[in-house]
Design a protein around this ligand. Structure first.
Ligand SMILES: [Zn+2]
Length: 159
């Protein structure tokens, strides 16, 4: 095995355990709607649980909501709160549903330091604490924000 190969494997192994180091769970703090882990498990698929309750990330381009352009409202899958509107959706090219703003009083944010050297802004439903995605500063006008969301955390209701 070459040195380069060994270095790659070591790096890959380190990357694989990174999420565990962070150990972040959604729903830290007091939320209006709370459920036990068993209740969340019962109402969510494995992927939905991993994303919404353990701050995982769905594969890019995996959500049918990514390409959806229908007029309507996006609800939190965890509690049906209206959190985003189709009027604020844009095609970011990232493979995740993207919005330049959330609806008023819909989300909460906090610092996410799970990635080494990168501080991101995590966003979650303000009512049930379910993880939605991250907010970045490279979005379009008028806010300049890019709310990069996991489609599995959302439900869509056509207008
Ligand atoms: Zn919610």
């Amino acid at each position: 095995m070459t040195l380069h190969r060994r270095h790659f494997l070591a790096t890959a192994a380190a990357a694989a355990v990174l999420p565990a180091i962070g150990g972040a769970r959604a729903a830290q703090g007091a939320f209006e709607i709370t459920r036990t882990e068993a209740e969340w498990r019962a109402m969510l698929s494995d992927l939905q649980y991993e994303v919404m309750r353990e701050e995982g990330t769905e594969p890019a381009f995996s959500s049918p909501l990514n390409d959806l352009k229908t007029e309507g409202t996006y609800l939190c899958r965890g509690c049906d709160l209206e959190i985003y509107a189709s009027a604020h959706k844009f095609d970011s090219g990232t493979g995740w549903p993207s919005f330049w703003q959330s609806l008023p009083d819909a989300i909460g944010t906090r610092e996410d330091r799970k990635l080494l050297f990168i501080v991101r802004t995590e966003c979650h439903c303000r009512r049930c604490g379910s993880h939605l995605g991250h907010v970045f500063d490279d979005g379009p006008d008028p806010t300049g924000k890019r709310h990069c969301l996991n489609g599995v955390s959302l439900k869509f209701r056509a207008a």
